[in-house]
Design a binder for this molecule. Structure first.
Ligand code: SF4
Length: 467
């Protein structure tokens, strides 16, 4: 059984895709680390399956180049990424393990037509070494920024190490009953086994701060998204219009100003959409986002948190911490029992999971009991079942950006429904919907799994240049 932390689900990274950008980036980091002290002559990268089909649109080529140069997605200055890539292309050299080697991205990154059997997101690296055998490694990006080399034991740490091992919704509920506590309290007890209370709080606060900065940045950026689709950014215009002449001087006073706008359904609804748009416009611009549980779906959680912060009964930072703990555990269960990879399960695995995470967490901080928390998560996922992944041009823009607004709204609706319901009379339970999502993922046609060969991507075909 797999032991996951909420910090495996929430990761600070760079857009636009956790499986196609963050995962390959980390794979390239790991490969480059293995080359330290070796006289590297050349490097070649091969992308397979979905990484090849939608890799350019998802920034996979950019990610592997930055990863091979040992830049870290958590701390890289995102404003300099374009310049770093421009240098590689113009000088045709790559700095790997401290040495500059000749490298032309056009020939050094090979987009293979086929997939490797283990997982649709595969990439391999080969380095020629002066006077020694070449070094070759294959990695699989299995969603949400997780990578594996297919050696199962490396990623499976014993779940039973934890004081309250959780692999399903029913197990989670059993722990809350045994301890007579909330979902977030059980999750916190497991996290305390892995790190100190201070580390947990600091880690969650950093996740929240990164989300805030991302929303703020997105609401203050104009222009068009990169990639060639000519998609105009909308968050700033919406934010400016809704704020009117209200003044602010930092993120906190900006949030306070938003909270002072009318609390009508229409206004709140527009702000929720605006928050989600802001994150995903940043994501599409290779900005810094929090994977939650993926980059493509990174706007749902911040939108719902800020809905609560600006328009709900927000009390303190403790609300945010309980939200992240609860939602993180729901994401962990989907990762263990189904998938959070669109290349395996379509968009139900991204937006569907993020919506379920947000719905459950919002229910907890709105006073729902553990059964209502899972009921909300169940409702949110139930109404994303079958959602396909069909990004136009392979870019994480259309339908992805707007889809986050829908995920956020569904999460809030699901939470309110659950709060008004008796979970004991529910016909469908959380574990049933997780299983159904997984069954649906396996039945879903390949073309709807992040290949840009089905759905909107098929009806609006766009050919974008390689690298
Ligand atoms: S359609 Fe959904 S799963 Fe596919 S790239 Fe967009 S957000 Fe991700």
């Amino acid at each position: 059984m797999e032991r996951l932390s909420i910090f495996d689900i929430y990761k600070i990274g760079v857009g636009p895709s956790s499986s196609h950008t963050l995962g390959p980036w980390k794979a390239a980091n790991r490969f480059a680390l293995g080359l330290v002290d070796k006289p590297v002559k050349s490097v070649q990268v091969n992308l397979y399956g979905s990484l090849s089909k939608t890799g350019v649109g998802h920034g996979t080529d950019v990610a592997v180049l930055l990863g091979l140069q040992s830049y870290k997605p958590e701390i890289i200055d995102t404003q300099k990424i374009d310049a770093y890539i421009a240098r590689i292309k113009s000088e045709k050299t790559l700095r790997v393990a401290g040495h500059f080697i000749p490298f032309d991205p056009k020939s050094g990154i090979v987009f293979e037509k086929h997939s490797l059997p283990y997982h649709p997101n595969a990439l391999s690296f080969k380095a020629e070494i002066e006077g020694d055998d070449p070094v070759e490694e294959t990695y699989y990006s299995i969603g949400g920024g997780f990578i594996t080399q297919g050696r199962e034991k490396e990623s499976l740490i014993h779940l039973n190490d934890l004081p309250h091992p959780i692999e399903s919704g029913s197990e989670l509920i059993a722990h809350t009953e045994m301890l007579n506590c909330s979902v977030s309290e059980v999750v916190l007890k497991n996290e305390q086994y892995l790190r100190t209370q201070h580390e947990i709080e600091a880690g969650i606060d950093q996740i929240y701060q990164t989300m805030l900065e991302c929303v703020y940045q997105g609401c203050h950026s104009e222009g068009y998204l990169p990639g060639g689709l000519n998609v105009k950014k909308r968050a700033k215009a919406i934010s400016d219009r809704l704020l009117g002449d209200r003044k602010y001087h930092n993120i906190q006073s900006w949030l306070d100003a938003i909270g002072n706008t009318p609390h009508t359904f229409s206004n709140i609804n527009k702000w929720i959409s605006c928050f989600a748009l802001a994150v995903n416009e940043e994501n599409a611009s290779l900005g810094r986002v929090v994977t939650s549980p993926t980059n493509g779906a990174a706007g749902v959680i911040p939108a719902v948190i800020l809905y609560h912060r600006c328009f709900g009964e927000y009390k303190s930072q403790d609300d945010i911490r309980r939200f992240i703990l609860t939602s993180g555990e729901i994401g962990c269960i989907f990762k263990k029992r189904a998938t959070i990879s669109a290349a395996v399960g379509g968009c139900q695995a991204e937006i569907g999971v993020s919506s379920a995470m947000a719905a459950g967490a919002l229910t907890e901080i709105q006073g729902g009991n553990p059964e209502q928390v899972l009921m909300a998560a169940e409702i949110a996922m139930e109404h994303h079942l079958g959602l396909t992944c069909d990004p136009i041009g392979g870019l994480v823009q259309i339908p992805c950006i707007e889809r986050n607004t829908m995920g956020a709204i569904k999460a809030i609706t699901a939470s309110n429904l659950a709060l008004e319901s008796d979970p004991k009379s529910a016909i469908v339970n959380f574990d049933m919907v997780v299983k159904t999502m997984w069954d649906t993922a396996q039945d879903m046609h390949e073309k709807y799994k992040e290949t840009a060969e089905g759905g909107l991507a098929f009806n609006l075909p766009v050919v974008l240049p390689n690298c």
